[in-house]
Design a protein around this ligand. Structure first.
Ligand code: NI
Length: 227
């Protein structure tokens, strides 16, 4: 299930983020890549100790974790510190699959399973040519290039790539989520059910059928959650 998260960042937040990134000190993205990814990864990202990262995280991650659709669709347990990535002209990220477990390997409490991958678009699609994120799904290839401030969330189990940027530059933040719900299908079912529950709770709060749907949803989350 691909989820389009709209307006994770508003215009003011985007301009603050873009201001922080304008003279950013990028390093080769291969430095953070695993064995397979390093052979196909050709982009730049802020180094992990970059002093701008805290300010960026306050805006980007602060908004993401408050986003209602994100919360319902991800049912997050842990979220990774994101990478702020720049694709200059000629850069791309060839087909790969994300590592299943990420985080500092010597610190057990910082490790997380990557159930979901997220790309947050930080500049407008007409500011660069190419650069589409393509994701192989059961229903064919999906090409994603969203408006600045929007994000896509997709199962990290998929093969995906970023097409070459042929002009301009593509700015994104990428991160991963460990969900309370490990199983992709269960998570998708819960998301569908949560959409119905949300509407019922808003429009028919006192009805018996609303209470039944609410009870089923809440108890399925309890039954399927892994902490
Ligand atoms: Ni990836």
């Amino acid at each position: 299930m691909l989820i389009h998260l709209k307006n994770v960042l508003g215009p003011q937040e985007l301009s603050k983020v873009q201001e922080l990134l304008v003279d950013a000190n990028y390093v080769d993205g291969k430095l953070s890549a695993g064995l397979v990814a390093s052979q196909v990864k050709n982009n730049q990202e802020l180094a992990s100790g970059d002093p701008k990262i805290d300010a960026l995280n306050n805006i980007v991650m602060g908004n993401l974790v408050r986003h209602k659709v994100y919360k319902r669709a991800a049912l997050p347990l842990k979220i990774a510190s994101p990478f702020y990535v720049c694709y200059q002209q000629g850069m791309h990220y060839g087909e790969h699959i994300d590592d299943p477990v990420m985080g500092a390997s010597d610190l057990a409490d910082q490790r997380y399973r990557s159930d979901l991958a997220l790309t947050i678009f930080l500049n407008q699609p007409d500011e660069y040519q190419g650069g589409e994120l393509s994701i192989q799904t059961d229903y064919g290839l999906q090409l994603i290039k969203y408006a600045a401030g929007d994000a896509v969330m997709y199962p990290a189990t998929t093969r995906h790539q970023v097409a070459e940027v042929t002009s301009g530059k593509r700015l994104v933040a990428v991160t991963w989520v460990q969900s309370l719900i490990k199983d992709t299908e269960q998570r998708a079912l819960l998301y569908q059910l949560s959409c119905a529950r949300e509407k019922l709770l808003r429009k028919q709060a006192g009805e018996e059928h609303t209470k039944q749907v609410d009870l089923v949803y809440v108890n399925l989350v309890r039954k399927w959650s892994e902490l």
